[in-house]
Design a protein around this ligand. Structure first.
Ligand SMILES: C[S@@+](CC[C@H](N)C(=O)[O-])C[C@H]1O[C@@H](n2cnc3c(N)ncnc32)[C@H](O)[C@@H]1O
Length: 117
């Protein structure tokens, strides 16, 4: 495989399951910040009822996330949000769970749970 994300594919279900084991958030709103091709968000959506927000500053990344979500045949409500993490279009305490992998940062204390991998 030549695509770095594809080489990482096996880890996304494991991370998603780890999030559930550790935080027990099965429903509500979930933000995947810097979603890229959306693999982590898709895997978490598959095993929860979370309403998913795939957030990325790059519209091309969001197109890939759309394809991933379509391929995942998700029953969840899905949103694709083009936004800079420093200017998120959400009110304080909007989300129930926020995650981000492969994208170091930041101060988001307004959210109940926020995880950076
Ligand atoms: C290394 S990729 C990680 C993708 C995904 N989270 C994963 O683990 O497969 C980082 C992503 O963060 C996005 N990104 C970079 N800066 C950003 C910003 N300021 N706000 C939102 N997204 C950003 C990039 O467009 C890219 O899709």
């Amino acid at each position: 495989m030549t695509n770095g994300f594809l080489e990482l594919l096996p880890i996304y279900p494991l991370i998603a399951q780890q999030f559930l084991d550790d935080y027990q958030v099965f429903e509500g709103k979930c933000l995947d910040i810097g979603t890229g091709p959306g693999y982590l968000g898709v895997e978490l959506a598959k095993i929860t009822n979370l309403e998913m927000y795939f957030v990325d500053i790059d519209p091309e990344a969001l197109e890939k996330a759309r394809l991933s979500a379509a391929a995942g045949e998700l029953a969840n409500t899905i949103h694709f949000v083009e936004a800079d993490v420093c200017r998120l279009p959400f009110e304080d305490d909007y989300a129930d769970f926020i995650m981000s992998r492969g994208f170091g940062m930041i101060r988001l204390r307004v959210y109940r749970k926020f995880i950076v991998f």
